[in-house]
Design a protein around this ligand. Sequence first.
Ligand code: SF4
Ligand code: SF4
Length: 94
Amino acid sequence: MKITPAELREKVKGLYEVIPRETEVVKVLKEECNGCGKCADLCPVGVYEINEKKAEVVAIEFCQECGLCYHVCPVGAITFTYPEGGTGIVYKWA
Ligand code: SF4
Ligand code: SF4
């Protein structure tokens, strides 16, 4: 059974924290986006929505910095930049 982004968010809640980032980790180049929806379908935590046939970042606060969206976009319309050292997602391995 496929887990929804909302269910995954609930499951991982409390397992990590996000140190405020100055870096824009993911960004959509709207002029390149063809609206295929792969980023929205595959981002595990639902960061993207497709609006007016273009991808839009709607929930960056949940981004796990995995880079999947960058790799699956067929036209190179997503940029991915690691956050500055000491910022971004920190997992708790207790
Ligand atoms: S880096 Fe991963 S978690 Fe963040 S928006 Fe892309 S697919 Fe989603
Ligand atoms: S995968 Fe790329 S082309 Fe497809 S909707 Fe997302 S940003 Fe646009």
